[in-house]
Write a protein that binds this ligand. Structure first.
Ligand code: GUN
Length: 283
């Protein structure tokens, strides 16, 4: 039987409704949540992402500002701007769109964001809090994956979750959040020999490798839940995931299509983090 294909629109719209209601309550107390997005340079994909983030803020009643800085902006200028946002009480979330131009060190810049406003959850303080299970910021993409699993009724506790990829943005924090939900977690990556022997044991398989059609039927246990975090462009410029959807949907029990689920959920979790940061600031 072909897999249940998760409907991203329904999921996102119900979560956005909750966020809209929380944002309205804060706004009514004079604490409207606010997000600032900073983009340096002209990367075309980033321009689209940034526009979508601002639109999403409008959709749920979050105040937003987009600061577009020229390619030649210095690291010092960018950091000085971040310091103004750290002090600005109207701003609860600061997102510096990646990639940055080569002359700017992303880690140095992220270190300058007030951890309480670090809605990407990239600051070492927030990464550390995540590791020890302290409540607070959660990284948007992995948090979105957990919400997808929970809201589609997938049991996580006691299951074997295999994460493919070990990036700081997805793979590593994904493993940590799954562990917090009491899964048994294995991380596999480009240096893992015979990867399919491990992925084939997964009850929940999360792929974040960035290679189109990388996950094939032989990587997947029949009946597994398959979450595709990949956003890849094929030769015609069409967006595709890491998972060979057409073949894997025949063996998985549940699967996320790309585009349509993990991407919109990531933006939705950014909105969630911004509203939660505003709520903590108002306390
Ligand atoms: N570039 C692509 N996705 C993201 C994201 O989620 N956060 C930031 N800061 N940059 C990105």
């Amino acid at each position: 039987m072909p897999a249940h294909v998760i409907n991203g629109k329904e999921l996102v719209s119900s979560i956005r409704e909750e966020i809209r209601s929380d944002a309205a309550a804060l706004t009514a107390e004079g604490n409207q949540p606010g997000l600032v997005v900073v983009i340096v340079g002209e990367d075309p994909a980033s321009q689209v992402y940034v526009r979508n983030k601002a639109k999403a803020c409008d959709d749920v009643g979050i105040y937003s500002e987009v600061h577009r800085l020229p390619e030649q902006t210095t690291q010092e200028e960018l950091i000085a701007l971040i310091h103004t946002f750290n002090k600005n009480s109207k701003i609860n979330g600061i997102l510096v769109q990646s990639p940055l131009p080569k002359h700017i060190n992303e880690e140095t810049v992220v270190d300058e964001i007030d951890p309480a406003k670090d809605v990407d959850c990239f600051h070492p303080v927030n990464v550390g809090n995540l590791m020890i299970g302290k409540d607070g910021m959660k990284p948007c993409t992995p948090h979105g994956v957990i919400e997808i699993l929970k809201r589609t009724g997938v049991q996580i506790a006691g299951k074997h979750a295999v994460v493919v990829g070990r990036s700081n943005i997805v793979g590593k924090p994904m493993a940590m959040l799954l562990l917090r939900e009491h899964a048994t977690v294995t991380v596999v990556h480009s240096r893992t020999p015979n990867m399919e022997e491990i992925t084939k044991q997964a009850d929940i398989l999360v792929s974040a490798v960035g290679k189109a059609n990388f996950i094939k039927t032989h990587h997947v246990k029949p009946g597994a839940v398959v979450i595709d975090v990949g956003i890849n462009r094929n030769a015609e410029g069409k967006v595709t995931g890491d998972v060979d959807f057409e073949e894997v949907k025949e063996v998985a029990s549940t699967i996320t299509p790309v585009p349509g689920v993990v991407g919109p959920m990531t933006i939705t979790m950014l909105l969630r983090n911004t509203v939660d940061a505003a709520s903590r600031a108002a306390r």
